[in-house]
Design a protein around this ligand. Structure first.
Ligand code: ZN
Ligand code: ZN
Length: 287
């Protein structure tokens, strides 16, 4: 935010000094149990700048990274492309479903840059509904099946499946506290509602406020649902659902056209009245 080729009202505000929209990088969350080992939830194309903006992610030796694992929720490029930016010969542990792994690696000549020596990338399979430990940390992750779709570049190339898109439930074994991370949600599902309802902290898909947001702005032809995003607003939107939850709730993955980005909008007031927050770069939360 702003989007490089967009001159919509929000993007213009984001470029204006003192405007009503705060610029943001593409969505990614870093999680740690001890402040030493960190896990990235999705790896955005802006990962390098995001690492540099947060000293806890800086190297502690001449060749070192506190990044102990990278977790992918689907194959969309805004969630995976940053992997290629981490190509400077350092071992990476990447957690993804089999569909997301093969979608990123097969027929992808650029992936060879992450496959230059044995152990450069260790893939750890996320199986739906199965809790597994994150590295040797006290954290566990469970991939939760959630409605979504294949990334654009794979549409028509393979059949869609249930592990194309997941949410993540991260739990701290010492405290029992949990975090639900659902950055791409096409609509509700039983597993997703269960995971989100029980979590102490929820990061949830806030891509669009309304179904016809892009169409109404003259910026696209597809409705939010066709792009596998559950709109926040309206009687059937995610906001009524999120408003009923007990944990702390933060909207993430917000498209540049979404009116909730404007500090003075009615939509922003509606979100805040529902007890839901809007993510911004640098937001730090402790459970
Ligand atoms: Zn825009
Ligand atoms: Zn995305």
């Amino acid at each position: 935010m702003p989007q490089w080729n967009c001159g919509c009202e929000n993007c213009r505000e984001a470029r204006r000094a003192g405007g009503s929209v705060v610029p943001r990088t593409q969505e990614s969350v870093a999680v740690s149990a001890d402040g030493a080992a960190w896990f990235l939830l999705n790896v955005s194309p802006e990962v390098r700048a995001q690492i540099e903006s947060f000293p806890s992610l800086w190297p502690r030796d001449r060749r070192h990274s506190p990044l102990a694992g990278l977790l992918l929720t689907n194959g969309d490029l805004d969630h995976c492309l940053g992997l290629l930016s981490l190509r400077e010969s350092y071992p990476l542990a990447v957690y993804a479903t089999e569909s997301v792994r093969s979608g990123f690696t097969s027929e992808n000549v650029l992936y060879r840059t992450l496959d230059r020596f044995a152990g450069q990338v260790t893939w750890r399979t996320l199986a739906l509904g199965q809790e597994q430990q994150l590295g040797d940390s006290p954290l566990t992750v469970t991939a939760v099946g959630t409605p979504g779709k294949l990334p654009l570049h794979l549409e028509g190339r393979r059949a869609p499946g249930p592990d194309d898109n997941v949410g993540l439930l991260i739990r701290d074994n010492r405290t029992g506290k949990s975090l639900a991370y659902f950055s791409g949600v096409a609509g509700p599902s039983t597993e997703q509602v269960q995971a989100v309802s029980a979590a102490d902290l929820v990061f949830f898909d806030g891509t669009f406020w309304s179904s016809d947001e892009l169409i109404a702005a003259g910026l696209g032809t597809r409705r939010a649902e066709e792009m596998a995003h559950w709109p926040v607003g309206g009687a059937d939107g995610s906001l009524p659902f999120l408003s009923r939850l007990r944990g702390r709730r933060v909207l993430i993955h917000i498209n540049n056209t979404n009116p909730i980005l404007r500090a003075d909008s009615a939509e922003r007031r509606a979100v805040e009245a529902g007890g839901v927050e809007i993510a911004a770069d640098g937001l730090e939360l402790t459970l």
